[in-house]
Design a protein around this ligand. Structure first.
Ligand code: APR
Ligand code: PHB
Length: 394
């Protein structure tokens, strides 16, 4: 088989890039290790920056998002049970975020791809890129026990943190930066109305908590737990009780609880791989970087990588601008590192770190108190939360 662009991974990065390229007449094939149902069973993020919403509109996969997505003008930050609103819209000159689950978005992207007749090969095993430093790269994979070869002009690694693409960059070229946090987030989904119209991020001496949602009738709640904890240790009752203790009393009182239908623990990590391009290979999304979820940046960074790569590939294919290829990495990384900083900072300010001494805790408390109670501080949080601008590709 032959195509212009071989995309590895059918998560949000691969599917969105594939859709944009397809609409622009640039043929692409997606190779995905798992089944479509498996990809849709993963519960992930739910906050879209304006830049990502605009990109989905450009890709023409915005119909259901426009109907069902909830626009949020602000967030609440609670510190030791005292709440402050961050007026995202007012502080940024009109920017907002949209609540729309990654699972729903992935479903929309998969349906748009199927309707367009673009090829996705699910359950492609042993996916392996070859000859990336030549002008004739190709990817081999096994499907139903048979080995196949996909010839292409460029290979895009949209295959997440555990993918194969990043490993194709030689170790003397690739540099990685990493921080693993000494706790995780226990998250649940429940068919109960959200406790608040806007998200509540809560910092408490017992640990962090987050009240989020998927719709007017479905809530997503998280609490910080020890890295050693298992889901079995957290009955629904224990979860609700602990969540309420970390929230202001009036919020805890009006919370509607109910059985969870999804419960999982996610580790927290910051990770960046540089460079994001090597020969004819490009990395996008979680394949190149991970952020802790505290700033809601993971999915949005995937979108900004895809936007940058799409605009570069358009110019490469339509105008012969191969000079842009080596610029991809530096353009993406400038925005990625700022989102890494914001996610690390929100995580550090809002979680309980057992290893911090009392002095460090007081300094962090003072720093966060300053940010929350100064308009300049709140604006800094708001600007980062709604998403920093995408760099134009010229
Ligand atoms: N071969 C083929 N496919 C692979 C391989 C491989 N060797 N390794 C991984 N994959 C697939 C995974 O099964 C997954 O479907 O690549 C896909 C990667 O998807 P994600 O991990 O979702 O990464 P990405 O598309 O970059 O999405 C960005 O934003 O909210 C955050 O982390 C969250 O998933 C989210 C991410
Ligand atoms: C979520 O709804 O899953 C969510 C929202 C905001 C975050 C992280 C996760 O910062």
């Amino acid at each position: 088989m032959k195509t212009a662009i071989a995309i590895i991974g059918a998560g949000p990065s691969g599917l969105l890039l594939g859709q944009l390229l397809h609409n622009a007449g640039i043929e692409n094939v997606i190779l995905e290790r798992k089944s479509g149902e498996y990809v849709l069973s993963r519960v992930r993020a739910g906050i879209l920056e304006q830049g990502m919403v605009d990109l989905l509109r450009e890709a023409k996969v915005d119909k259901r998002m426009n109907e069902e997505g909830l626009i949020h003008d602000g967030i609440e930050i609670s510190v030791d049970n005292k709440s402050t609103r961050i007026d995202l819209k007012g502080l940024t000159g009109g920017s907002t975020v949209m609540v729309y689950g990654q699972t729903e978005l992935t479903r929309d992207l998969m349906e748009a791809r199927a309707a367009a007749g673009a090829v996705t090969i699910y359950e492609a095993k042993n996916v392996q890129p070859h000859d990336l430093k030549t002008d004739k790269p190709y990817v081999t994979y096994v499907k139903d026990g048979q080995e196949h070869r996909l010839d292409c002009e460029y290979v895009i690694g949209c295959d997440g943190y555990h993918g194969v693409a990043r490993q194709c960059i030689p170790s003397d070229v690739l540099k990685t930066y990493e921080r693993v946090y000494p706790f995780g987030w226990l998250g649940i989904l429940a068919e109960v109305p959200p406790v608040n119209d806007e998200l509540i991020y809560a910092s408490h001496e017992r640990g962090f908590a987050l009240c989020s949602m998927r719709s007017q009738t479905r809530s997503r709640y998280y609490i910080q737990v020890s890295s050693e904890d298992t889901v079995e240790q957290w009955s629904d009752d224990r979860f609700w009780e602990e969540l309420k203790r970390r929230l202001p009393a009036d919020v805890a009182e009006r919370m509607v609880t109910g059985p969870s239908f999804e419960k999982s623990i996610a580790p927290l990590r910051s990770f960046v791989a540089e460079p994001m391009q090597y020969g004819r290979l490009f990395l996008a999304g979680d394949a190149a970087h991970i952020v802790p979820p505290t700033g809601a940046k993971g999915l949005n960074l995937a979108a900004s990588d895809v936007s940058t790569l799409y605009r570069i590939l358009l110019k490469v294919f339509k105008e012969g601008r191969t000079d842009l290829i080596p610029k991809y990495s530096e353009i993406c990384l400038r925005r990625i590192w700022k989102a890494e900083r914001f996610s690390w900072w929100m995580t550090t300010m809002m979680h309980r770190f057992d290893e911090f001494d009392d002095f460090t805790r007081r300094i962090h408390a003072a720093e966060f108190d300053y940010f929350i109670n100064s308009e300049a501080g709140r604006r800094t949080i708001a600007e980062n939360y709604v998403g920093l601008p995408y760099e134009p590709i010229e």
